[in-house]
Design a protein around this ligand. Structure first.
Ligand SMILES: [Zn+2]
Length: 433
């Protein structure tokens, strides 16, 4: 708890983190229903008041103000240093809580880029609810936000679908993330769950804990008729139907089910691309919406229900490679083994030759330079990181029951990130999607 307050304090005090503070201020105004003009003036006053409150609560908890001050300085030291080449870019981008006050722009590529002028998807809408709010990943290019809004309304009005549950979009300034995706970096990717929205508003806790439902049966090679419906076909087809959508990624078994359901009407299927995972959600990717954003080649205009699917099913039946962190994966006969450099100790993970390589004392090795640091990012993303946040941010539809836990969770996460320190690269396939 002390740590959380220190971090909150640090965000409120550190001018570099103005974005976070002001964004929070705007959230407070919005949820209190204060009108915009009054809000603009009162954000700073409110922040001062909040900072004072926090300071006094720390002082009360610690017993004396001095301790609180020392603690907040300590926390300040922990803020990741942009110039340090051993700090991965995902830590820098994961640390910023608000958007960059710039014209909306996707910069770079899905797997190596960032987002200027990010806009949040409202937590609730007439036909959608945003999930996993503590991740603070409901940000995107304004075109992605307006796409999701119209898509959600359309499935509700036309496809007999009660509404959509929206998973991760991007971080407020895009960029790489500490956990999960390699893509989703430039604000034009969105995960939409494949189970329908319930007919009531989910609580913050439910949005954190409710699981998405897999569409596959036990074989993991077929959709499960008990959960897969004709509506799913309509909803996925609608997602792909908009001209701004470049592709929709789904599990190969789902693509197969769509191929079967489509009969002779297969033209629309070219945008539906098979990919690993994606049986709990579909991944919608828009085309680039501005210059400076690098598009992926458009998918070929073929439905892909034949050879392409055969290829994917062959891949699915292959045994997966085991994880190997800080080591090199080598073939041993029919299986794999993760070999560690001599200076590191091997700790097995899983049963099939996977391992992580650690120091003698069990800690993870700390490289002096990491490959994916800020220098690895496009130049324009350095500016995105440095910019302040807009004076008033529209965090729409947030009320106290949602806003308070989001703020707490984000503060918790900032602490957690400090403790993560070093990062195990996710053992996922290179992105060709
Ligand atoms: Zn995704």
């Amino acid at each position: 708890m002390k740590q959380i307050i220190q971090n909150q304090l640090q965000h409120l005090q550190n001018p570099d983190n103005d974005s976070a503070a002001i964004w929070k201020g705007a959230v407070i105004c919005k949820s209190a229903g204060i009108c915009k003009s009054v809000c603009k003036v009162s954000v700073k006053a409110l922040l001062l008041f909040a900072a004072t409150l926090l300071i006094s609560s720390v002082a009360m908890q610690a017993g004396e103000a001095k301790k609180a001050e020392a603690a907040s300085k300590e926390a300040e030291k922990k803020a990741p240093n942009k110039k340090d080449p051993s700090i991965p870019a995902k830590r820098l981008f994961g640390f910023v809580l608000g958007p960059a006050d710039m014209k909306a722009k996707s910069i770079g590529y899905f797997t190596r880029g960032c987002l200027a002028g990010g806009e949040p998807l409202a937590v609730d809408g007439p036909a959608w609810q945003a999930m996993r709010l503590s991740r603070n990943r409901n940000w995107g290019h304004p075109k992605l936000i307006s796409y999701l809004e119209k898509f959600a309304k359309a499935v509700k009005e036309k496809d007999g679908w009660p509404g959509i549950l929206v998973g991760d979009l991007s971080q407020p300034r895009g960029g790489p993330m500490l956990t999960g995706h390699r893509s989703h970096q430039i604000g034009i990717d969105a995960d939409v769950w494949l189970n329908p929205m319930p007919d009531r508003r989910l609580s913050y806790k439910e949005r954190e804990e409710t699981s998405a439902i897999s569409m596959l049966d036990r074989s993991r090679l077929k959709v499960n008729p008990r959960v897969w419906t004709d509506q799913h076909v309509k909803v996925i087809r609608r997602a792909a139907s908009y001209p701004e959508v470049a592709r929709v990624l789904v599990h190969p078994a789902i693509k197969k089910a769509l191929c079967i359901a489509s009969g002779d009407d297969k033209d629309w299927l070219y945008k539906i691309r098979p990919w690993y995972g994606h049986h709990y959600h579909m991944h919608i990717r828009l085309k680039c919406q501005n210059k400076g954003c690098k598009d992926q080649p458009a998918p070929p205009r073929a439905h892909g229900c034949d050879k392409q699917l055969d290829y994917w099913f062959a891949l699915l039946k292959r045994t997966p490679k085991p994880p190997c962190h800080y080591g090199s994966l080598q073939r041993k006969g029919k299986s794999w083994r993760c070999e560690c450099p001599k200076s590191l100790k091997r700790v097995a993970i899983g049963k099939k030759g996977g391992a992580k390589c650690v120091n003698e004392d069990g800690t993870l090795p700390k490289p002096k330079v990491v490959r994916k640091n800020l220098a690895w990012m496009p130049k324009a993303c350095h500016t995105v990181l440095d910019k302040g946040a807009p004076p008033l941010w529209k965090a729409r539809n947030l009320d106290e029951t949602i806003e308070q836990p989001i703020r707490k969770a984000i503060a918790d996460k900032v602490v957690a990130k400090d403790e993560i320190g070093d990062l195990i690269e996710e053992n996922i396939e290179p992105e060709k999607k």
